[in-house]
Every structure is written in C-alpha cells, then in structure tokens.
Design a protein around this ligand. Structure first.
Ligand SMILES: *Cc1c(COP(=O)(O)O)cnc(C)c1O
Length: 414
C-alpha cells in the first residue's frame, strides 16, 4: 500500500510530489532543521499536545460550533447547509490556531523574540496576540504601503506591545515584508522564531501549519456525525495561502466520498489580471523558499494581484494545495468580488452572521452549488473568520453615503 494523502501532506521531508522543499540561503538551513526537529518532537510529546488542547479550550475558544443554516438551506432549496464557524475564535479567525501552536514551539525552543510578516495585518495581529500572552518580544514587518493603508491593525498590534516596522522597499507590500523578515532571521538566528502565517514557505512551515490547523476538520467530523449521523457530502473553503482550507479538509482527505472544493479569489474576473486565482493562469515556480503555483508576469516575477478580500490577495499558494490540485482530490474554483459581496449580504440577512470577505468566497460557492444538489445531501463550509474587520471595505463597496459622512465628521473632530 502506498502512503495515504494524510501521510503525504504532513511529513518531515517537506516535499509534496514536485512541490514544497526548502529553497533558502545556506545560512538558514540549520535554523529550519532545528525548527523541524523541535516541531516533530513536540507533537509526539503528550504534555505538549495537552497544553495546546488546554489553551484552545480556555483561551482561543475551541471547539467552534458547527451550525445548521436552516434559513439559508430553505432559501437555496437544495442540499442541507452547515457552517463551521471559526469566526467565533479569539481574534476572529482561524489564524490563531497556527499562531498559538508556533508560539508554543518557540517557547519550547527557548526563543525570546518572534518576527512575522503581514500584508493586511490579520496575521500580524494574531501573532502580536500570542506574543503578548507568552511574554515574547514581537516584531512585525509590513510593506510601507500596507502600513499606511492598514492603520487600524497597526494600532492594535502596537497596543498589544508589538513593534511594527514599515518596509520601504520594492512595491512596499507583503513580499517586501517577507524579505525583511528573512533578513532579520539571518541576522538573529539564535534567539528568534519566524512565525509564518499560512501553509507556504520552506519546510517545515507547510507541514507544521497544516498540523496546527487540522483541528478544524477533526472537530467538523465529530460534529457532523453527531448532528447528521454521517460525513458531509461536500466541503467548501476559501483558499489564500491555503491554511484554513487544508485544516478543514485534512481529516477527510482519505474519505473519497467527501467532495472537497477550494475557492480562490476571482477578483474582477480571471480573463484579466485583476484577480488572485493561481490555478487560472498561474505557473509553477520557486519563490520565497518553496515550489508551487504562482501568478507571474512575463519576466517571471510575482504578478500584482487583486481581491476584495485582503487575505486572499496573494500571488502564491501553499505547496500541498498545488499537490491536491494536480492529484484531483480537491476541485478548485473561484468567486468574483461582486458575487462575494452578495454572498456576504445573503449570509447576514438569512443567518445573522457576518462572514469575513475571505470566507464569503466559500459562501458564494455554497450559493452556486447547493441548489443543484438533492435535499438528502449535506454541504458544510468553513467560515474562516468573522466580517467585522471588513467594515471599511464593505461600506466603500456599497457606497454607503451616511457612512462616508460619518468618516468626514470623525476627521473634523480630530
Ligand atoms: C488570512 C485569512 C484567510 C486566507 O488564508 P489561508 O491561509 O488561505 O486560510 C482566509 N480567511 C480569513 C478570515 C483570513 O483571515
């Protein structure tokens, strides 16, 4: 018998078929080896596993609910719709799962300083949160452009005690922040942990973050059996780097009757360049330390991307996601900004839940797929985060005049 998909996707060597690996400067190799060894040792240690469980229960708020969306189901008139609600976690999204796990590993390794990269600021916020909790010094690199346009998250990170450093190089966005973080790690290898925010990057990050996220699917399995007597027929998640999707799907990878769908950011349409759907025109390449699909321009540089949701607005995707794409185990599709905004509103009005714009990509696919399925079938989607963080984007997209007036009044008062 060959290895199962679950065995292939969490593995010490970090190669997933042709994808993954560790393409880093020589000087980082021993650092990544130490991290890999510390991680794979920790997860064999009952005390570590128990501590993580305890913190999830009492600090982050696990298990998160699996909720039958009765009103949405009635409205769509097809399969029964369920929502796994990661938006109810502390800090409002699944990102806390791998931040908490990595902070525990950093502590175990005797690290005193944590660095992170962030684009929109959500990963920086979750990192600053766990650093505050564990008394770790926290430095967050942010492209200077992101630093200016994501002021609320910069403010919250600073309130949590983090130092946020704007990076005034290149396009002044996420990839410049990643480069700055890697340079920092090279200069401070002994006391610093680089807390990477999704299932991307060099080995061991993809395997490690998948491990810390797979709790989502493990809970979902138990809750589905408890509530419906069986496994779901369809599971749907949005895909940025791929961490919430992998965490949601992982426990079901070796159950062929459960159909899995990943939803990328279709932006303004995949015919043009204003999207972030890597499987719609992306090419295989090696960028930022790993091999995977990337949207690239003619020179082979990472392309500029667009999505209504900051968390999906990235040119790369995790290597295990690329493996699952080629393997065919997961079907990939995309949702366009317009449909995402509609999905956001439909879920709010039918179930009283604001999903993050990222998660609303999954909701858009639920709305499309569910009416085509029989009433005896079940569909479960991952609500990776809650939507209150998207206030400024949503009010702008909906051209809410009263809200603009409010903002102008606020500015006058400053
Ligand atoms: C960051 C983020 C994502 C995208 O990241 P993945 O690694 O693909 O999960 C999705 N949803 C929310 C709410 C996020 O904050």
């Amino acid at each position: 018998m060959g290895a199962t998909l679950k065995e292939i996707l969490i593995h010490q060597d970090g190669h997933f078929g042709p994808y993954g690996g560790r393409y880093v400067p020589e000087i980082l190799v021993p650092i990544m080896d130490d991290l890999r060894d510390a991680f794979f040792t920790a997860i064999q240690d009952d005390q570590f596993v128990e501590e993580l469980k305890y913190l999830h229960k009492h600090y982050t708020g696990r298990p998160t609910p699996l909720y039958y969306c009765e009103n949405l189901t009635r409205r769509l008139g097809g399969a029964q719709v369920y929502m796994k609600n990661e938006g109810l976690l502390h800090t409002g999204a699944h990102k806390i799962n791998h931040c908490l796990g990595q902070a525990l590993i950093a502590k175990k390794m005797g690290k005193t300083r944590v660095i992170a990269e962030t684009g929109a600021g959500q990963h920086g916020l979750a990192t600053a949160t766990v650093c505050a909790k564990f008394g770790l010094e926290c430095i967050v690199y942010m492209g200077a452009k992101d630093y200016r346009r994501q002021r609320p998250n910069v403010f919250w990170m600073e309130q949590l005690g983090a130092t946020v450093i704007p990076v005034a190089e290149g396009g002044q966005t996420l990839r410049d922040a990643i480069n700055a973080a890697l340079r920092d790690l090279i200069s401070n290898p002994s006391n610093t942990h680089y807390l990477l925010g999704t299932v991307c990057g060099p080995n061991p990050y993809p395997a490690m973050n998948t491990y810390f996220q797979k709790v989502i699917g493990e809970e979902t399995r138990e809750q589905m059996i408890d509530q419906t007597g069986g496994l779901p027929d369809h599971m749907i998640a949005c895909v940025g780097g791929g961490s919430n999707a992998l965490g949601f799907f992982y426990d079901f990878l070796d159950d062929p009757n459960v159909k899995l769908t990943g939803v990328e950011a279709g932006g303004k349409g995949v015919d043009g360049v204003e999207h972030a759907a890597r499987f719609e025109g992306g090419k295989v390449g090696v960028v930022e330390g790993f091999k995977s699909y990337f949207l690239q321009n003619e020179e082979g540089q990472l392309a500029d991307t667009h999505s209504i949701s900051a968390g999906l607005d990235y040119a790369g995707v995790g290597p295990q996601i690329s493996y699952l794409k080629d393997d065919g185990r997961v079907r990939f599709t995309y949702a366009k900004d317009d449909d995402v905004l509609k999905a956001y509103q439909i879920l709010a009005k039918t179930e009283g839940v604001f999903a993050a714009l990222e998660s609303s990509h999954a909701v858009a696919e639920v709305i499309k797929l569910t009416p085509t399925l029989d009433k005896t079938k079940t569909v479960v989607f991952n609500c990776s985060g809650r939507g209150d963080k998207d206030l400024f984007i949503v009010t702008k997209e909906m051209q809410d005049e009263k809200f603009s007036e409010y903002l102008r009044d606020q500015v006058r008062d400053v």
